[in-house]
Design a binder for this molecule. Structure first.
Ligand code: IDP
Ligand code: MG
Length: 137
């Protein structure tokens, strides 16, 4: 069993597809062990995306991620880090496979509907960044 962090980003929340994305998670035998809807502060978003701080898209990304509420989810399942990334699709919705969440609900390479940790170390950092032990069922 593995754990990863999933986020439904502000574009998907404003498109009213939280339920559709959660359905996809459940259909794929992934368990939601913790979940909350929050509006990230600039400081919280910057801390979360610190690995991208030197990228040219960083400032816009922070603006986007703080533009409205997000749904944070701690996901659990077999091989869930890799499986959730596959279910999401690649970063650019235009290049994502048919049926992936980013293809279905993403807008562009920045506003791409969902987040997923990319490796065991980042999953560990990211799940602990947003959830403490008492919040995990
Ligand atoms: P990932 O979310 O598929 O792992 P990362 O490269 O880790 O992609 O980038 C983090 C987030 O930054 C992306 O999900 C997307 O919202 C945004 N992003 C990535 N590359 C670009 C870009 O070239 N332009 C604008 N935003 C980008
Ligand atoms: Mg990433």
């Amino acid at each position: 069993m593995e754990r990863t962090l999933g986020i439904i980003k502000p574009d998907a929340v404003s498109k009213n597809v939280i339920g559709k994305i959660i359905s996809i998670i459940e259909e794929n035998e992934i368990k939601i062990k913790a979940m909350k809807m929050v509006k990230l502060t600039e400081e919280q978003a910057k801390g979360f995306y610190y690995v991208h701080k030197d990228k040219p898209f960083f400032n816009d990304l922070i603006k986007f991620m703080t533009s409205g509420p997000v749904v944070l989810m701690l996901l659990e399942g077999e091989n869930v880090i890799e499986r959730w990334r596959k279910i999401m699709g690649v970063t650019d919705p235009a290049k994502a496979d048919e049926g992936t969440i980013r293809k279905l609900y993403g807008t562009d390479i920045e506003k791409n509907a969902v987040h997923g940790s990319d490796a065991p170390e980042t999953a560990e950092y990211e799940t602990k960044y947003f959830f403490n032990a008492l919040e995990v069922c």
